[in-house]
Ligand binder design. Structure first.
Ligand SMILES: O=C(O)CCC(=O)C(=O)O
Ligand SMILES: [Fe+2]
Length: 300
């Protein structure tokens, strides 16, 4: 199973061509590698530098910014504090999670520094604009009004997350322990920026795992549970995981989870149901679904 590469350059390709490619990718794999979506390589480099400085920094600073509660979904979590697959040993990663960050969800004392919050805010705006472009292309593919999805994502559940997978000696990795355990993402779309190290894998329908090789010029994008529900299963919420870094190389990645506002009732769109076909999933509010998942996977 290969992750399709899609060029989104508006100077080269029409919206309807790109929408058709996105539709095909999310139907078959649920993942795609997207080029020319408008997030500048310099911005991505700056953000990775911000992440590196933070994760290499002191424990004291990390603890001052510690994750306080799933209801807030903000702050630093160390190794062992999350199991994306709750049936397996905890993930070998540390993270800094920021939900609804432009709304200043926590006081200045919970941020590592002013420079850090500036850097992530600048990146967030640029990445969100890219996500909104994708949401409009998906509305086109699903025959919905252009801003249908954009208008249901005002930030409440949109979450930027910095991830660091430290190098761990093989003797410290227990059987079946992952960098990030097997899971599907919870919301509409995830934009994933990764360094050159690799380790991300997606599962095909026959249960085999396939590497998603990092491409320096592309953003990995996948459909989540709520898009699967909206599209009545046309778009897949594909299982994925990250292998532990046992080769003495650490890995960094950044995810933007584009999840709908809590009150959004997510149910199959009429355009995704054939005449007389009934929905495969019961309606659910985005808040109920996303929050239950976060609570089931966080330990502290
Ligand atoms: O770090 C990665 O490559 C993927 C992380 C991921 O799947 C997630 O945090 O949901
Ligand atoms: Fe994920």
């Amino acid at each position: 199973m290969e992750v399709p590469v899609i060029d989104c350059d508006p100077a080269k390709r029409s919206d309807s061509e790109v929408a058709r490619d996105i539709d095909a990718a999310l139907r078959s794999v649920g993942f795609m590698a997207v080029r020319n979506l408008g997030v500048s390589p310099a911005r991505i480099r700056e953000l990775f530098e911000t992440a590196r400085q933070f994760f290499e920094g002191s424990d004291e600073l990390k603890q001052r910014c510690a994750y306080a509660a799933a209801s807030e979904n903000f702050g630093y979590q160390g190794l062992g504090q999350e199991s994306l697959d709750p049936s397996r040993p905890a993930d070998l990663k540390e993270t800094f999670t920021m939900r609804n960050l432009l709304a200043e969800p926590v006081g200045a004392d919970r941020w590592p520094s002013h420079e850090f919050s500036e850097s992530v805010s600048i990146f967030f705006r640029e990445a969100l604009a890219a996500a909104q472009r994708l949401q409009r292309l998906l509305a086109l593919a699903l025959e919905m009004p252009s801003n249908y999805f954009v208008d249901l994502h005002n930030g409440e559940n949109i979450t930027l997350r910095l991830l660091h997978y430290p190098a761990v000696p093989p003797s410290m990795v227990s059987a079946e322990q992952m960098g990030a355990g097997a899971h599907t993402d919870y919301g509409m779309l995830t934009l994933l920026f990764q360094d050159a190290v690799g380790g991300l894998q997606v599962q095909s329908e026959n249960g085999e795992w396939h590497d998603v090789p990092p491409r320096p010029d592309a953003i990995v994008i996948n459909s989540g549970d709520l898009l699967e529900r909206w599209s009545n299963g046309r778009y897949r919420s594909t299982w994925h995981r990250v292998l532990p870094q046992e080769q003495s190389v650490e890995r960094y990645s950044v995810a933007l989870f584009v999840d709908p506002d809590s009150d959004t009732l997510v149910e199959a769109l009429a355009s995704c149901l054939a005449d007389g076909e009934s929905a495969s999933f019961p309606p659910i509010t985005a808040g109920e679904h996303v929050q239950a998942k976060i609570e089931a996977t966080h330990h502290a």
